[in-house]
Design a protein around this ligand. Sequence first.
Ligand code: SF4
Length: 223
Amino acid sequence: MSLPCYYTIGGLNFKNGFVTSCPQQHEKMQILDNAWLPSEFYNNELFRKHRLEMMRGEWSFGCNMCEHVEKDNAGTSMRQELDADLTHYNAETGEVDFAGLKTVEIRFSHSCNMACLHCSQVFSSGWVSKLKKYTPDGYDQFGPHVDVVDKNTSTRFLVFFVYLDDNISGGTHFDRINLTSPCKKGSILIFPPLWTHLHSGLKPIDKPKYIVGSYLHYVAHDK
Ligand code: SF4
């Protein structure tokens, strides 16, 4: 069953320094460095691959929001909201004649500064600033520490880490109780940032370790 999509066939979405086919799609089909005009990349290799995959019935990388909605039967996906116009589509090459370009959305920046757990760099550059990468070079690690160390950090209430990939060696070790929380894709570790929870980010060995880390803060209330 093919997956014709209005946006796959006829959409461009400029966001955060790259271009995708729709607001939800998050594969960087074109990096905005020296090419900015739709005519320069509308039929580039990644856009053509994306169209051919979808028309073969394979979900493209970056279309997982629609994929999950449809597979989980969780309502109407963005793909299902509009009918694709295949008039200008070349089924052999994946190219679309320029007359088939239906929508161009331009975001001059990210759409919000928050970094909620359900979000991604598609909508917020704040998310990227919380992404941590540890390289398996034998050195990259975060030695024993706590996260409340002075007045400025004293509003931190809880630490949370979201592990983005499996990494056998790259867990979080709690030194005082000799316990290691594994780096397991999709799991979340939450603990107090105080001296009671001295912890270390362990070295990855065979591949990079990716986590998102942030804090819940106490907020000041007006008197
Ligand atoms: S399938 Fe969904 S995420 Fe992918 S291009 Fe179409 S509307 Fe966007």
